[in-house]
Design a protein. Structure first.
Length: 256
């Protein structure tokens, strides 16, 4: 089989052993570990829809499993998953895997190392680097689509205090800013720099749907309904509730 270069069961076991080094009583740790498995599965599903080979599908799956591995060390060092004010988690993860050599804990072959490192290092960029090869760009797009879909799942179902790292009551009572809603209605992904409140970040997570590149990705999101569930949180600010209804309608219309 072409996918023999990767043993998925071994990768899963190695990844989960790595995670147990951290404080698994912190729901953020278990949330991020679960995220890896979801993104890996979605990446493979998108790759298969693109009729990629078994080996290429394995690459997509592996980048999904390992794309956020830097988040665990980030949380241990800085107490947050937010890059602003701490460290670029994608760069940290790529350094741990490729500069420190831990990629060999997961796969013995190095023939895809340069591609995998590039995809992991670039996956969280607001815009992809212009100097990418077509192959690099394709795998980045697969991973970024899968990541976006699962971020919407997390924002819909995980405890809001864990997702947004503040008291749940503050999350649910927060206001969404005018600028954030305006950008949302242009059908663009909202830049982190203009998000200031938990409601802004919730709207920003929902806006990730506008950044999905592949038709299969949009189909997967529509099937899950995460884009609707994220707006179903019991917000207590009347203006935010109204804004969320408008944004939900915008996203429904966009997805068709």
């Amino acid at each position: 089989m072409a996918d023999q270069w990767i043993n998925r069961a071994h990768v899963r076991d190695t990844f989960h052993r790595y995670v147990t080094q951290f404080d698994t009583s912190d729901v953020r740790v278990t949330m991020k570990a679960s995220h890896a498995g979801h993104v890996a599965a979605l990446s493979a599903q998108i790759a298969q829809a693109l009729s990629l080979s078994e080996e290429e599908t394995g690459i997509a799956w592996l980048t999904g499993m390992l794309h956020d591995i830097g988040h665990f060390e980030q949380l241990a060092r800085y107490g947050t998953f937010f890059d602003k004010g701490s460290v670029d988690h994608a760069a940290l993860g790529a350094d741990l895997l490729f500069r420190d050599g831990h990629i060999r804990d997961y796969v013995a072959s190095d023939r895809h190392d340069l591609l995998i490192e590039h995809v992991i290092r670039a996956h969280n960029r607001f815009r992809l680097p212009k100097n990418q090869s077509d192959r690099e760009r394709m795998f980045c797009r697969i991973l970024r689509d899968a990541d976006k879909i699962d971020i919407l799942r997390i924002a819909s179902f995980e405890p809001p205090d864990a997702v947004y790292e503040t008291d749940a009551e503050k999350v649910l009572s927060s206001a969404v800013s005018k600028e954030v809603e305006e950008v949302f209605h242009t059908r663009h992904v909202i830049d982190h720099d203009i998000k200031h409140t938990p409601a802004d970040f919730m709207a920003g997570d929902a806006s990730l749907a506008f950044g999905l590149f592949y038709r299969e990705s949009r189909k997967l999101l529509k099937e899950t309904g995460y884009h609707k569930k994220i707006f179903a949180h019991p917000m207590t600010d009347a203006a935010t509730c109204a804004a969320f209804l408008r944004m939900e309608a915008e996203l429904d219309d966009y997805l068709g």
